[in-house]
Ligand binder design. Structure first.
Ligand SMILES: *Cc1c(COP(=O)(O)O)cnc(C)c1O
Length: 391
């Protein structure tokens, strides 16, 4: 019999009932150190006082009005994002998937209104993840996500990660945009080197294409800059954001330049919930913390410490781990054992980590993790790896 929850997930037998900072408390009272952060969502950890206050104050005042009216907290959050980034304008969604939908629509409408209606193709990359909607799975293109769901949304081409020649060969007069994650998350924590991101920007400029960055996982301070592309000193035309921006409350956004977005006039897109008062009250509180240069410097410093300790961990468990990779607090351990076994050993050591493609386990701790907690996390990873070796 089908379970009452549609069984599209293989869930671990863990029920967390409370969160405190970097810690998750199981129904039986065990305290897990959370290196998953709800898949890079709980940027400020669990039950951060500023977020609890922002949410409960807004909850006592007004929950929802729809986008038929002005929403002061939405305006404030948009202004904060525009002030802190390349963007001139923002549309709020409830998820990363919905941000992908709008990014695709925006790129196509841009060329439609520019008198190039045949220019609809978007080039994306092997190993990518852009969400589970029809556009999201067509954009990512992997058989794992698309099989059985034909007909797929047309207009996407796929290029091997790092295959420069294939990328150039895939561009023609109908190419509208390049869509890429600066650091692939689900794909196994694969960072795009800065010079490649610079090269993509130059290529888009040369061919008049739009550069769409999916920073749903790597954005919002995760790499030690507010957005990962800042490390390369370039800016996209359109950017998808979600996960960390709501700190655990469902919120996403598309950020864009005026040039890219100007065809999106009244009536061309919408969302009932997108940017509602509750979500934006929390989003403003997240931005107030994460966009602070001192906070970001702290992320970079802690990331350096964690990375250094992980290199030591890999060196002392050569049968379990192959290498560390990633940027900032978006780190991956490429495993020699099955990554799923490592995740399970992590649970036994009271630690949550997240698997990814390419036999990687992801470490995506709250950005507020402390140095003591980093030491504890590495000790628990060490215990988990030792248990696998002796199993
Ligand atoms: C999680 C993710 C998405 C999808 O976001 P949802 O909020 O799950 O819809 C899209 N792109 C990337 C890079 C992601 O990590």
């Amino acid at each position: 019999m089908i379970p009452s929850i549609l069984p599209t997930y293989n869930r671990a037998p863990l029920s967390f009932v409370k969160g405190e900072g970097s810690w998750l408390i199981e129904a039986d009272g065990r305290r897990f150190l959370d290196l998953g952060a709800g898949i890079a969502v709980n940027a400020l950890g669990h039950a951060h006082p500023a977020l609890v206050t922002a949410l409960t104050e807004q909850a006592g005042a007004l929950w929802h009005t729809s986008n038929l009216y002005q929403i002061p907290k939405q305006q404030e959050l948009a202004d904060r994002l525009v002030a802190a980034t390349f963007a001139d304008t923002v549309f709020f969604t409830n998820s990363g998937t919905e941000a992908c939908e709008l990014a695709v629509k925006m790129a196509r409408k841009h060329f439609h209104d520019a008198g190039q209606p045949a220019r609809t193709d978007i080039i994306a990359f092997e190993g990518a993840f852009h969400g589970r909607s029809s556009a999201g799975i067509a954009a990512a293109g992997s058989e794992k996500m698309t099989k059985g769901f034909a007909p797929l949304l047309p207009g996407f081409k796929h290029v091997l990660w790092g295959d420069h020649d294939a990328l150039l060969a895939s561009i023609d007069e109908n190419t509208a945009a390049i869509l890429i994650e600066p650091v692939q998350g689900e794909g196994g924590i694969r960072p795009l080197p800065d010079h490649c991101l610079k090269g993509l920007r130059a290529l888009c400029d040369e061919k008049g294409m739009l550069l769409i960055l999916d920073e749903v996982q790597c954005g919002m301070g995760r790499t030690g800059r507010l957005f990962a592309h800042e490390w390369a000193g370039i800016a996209p035309d359109i950017m998808m954001v979600a996960k960390g921006i709501g700190g655990g409350f469902p919120l996403g956004a598309v950020l864009a330049t005026e040039h890219a977005a100007s065809a999106m006039t009244a009536g061309t897109h919408g969302s009932t919930y997108g940017g509602n008062p509750l979500a934006c009250a929390v989003g403003c509180a997240v931005m107030a913390h994460v966009a602070d240069p001192e906070f970001l410097a702290g992320v970079a410093r802690k990331a350096g410490l964690l990375r250094q300790r992980l290199e030591g961990l890999v060196a002392s468990h050569p049968e379990v781990f192959e290498a560390v990779r990633g940027v900032g607090l978006m780190l991956g351990l490429k495993c020699k054992v099955l990554n799923a076994d490592m995740v399970k050993a992590g649970y036994d050591a009271l630690l949550t980590i997240v698997s990814a493609a390419d036999n990687v386990v992801r470490l995506l701790p709250p950005l507020t993790i402390t140095e003591d907690e980093i030491a504890e996390a590495v000790a628990r990873l060490d215990a988990a790896a030792t248990a696998l070796e002796t199993a």
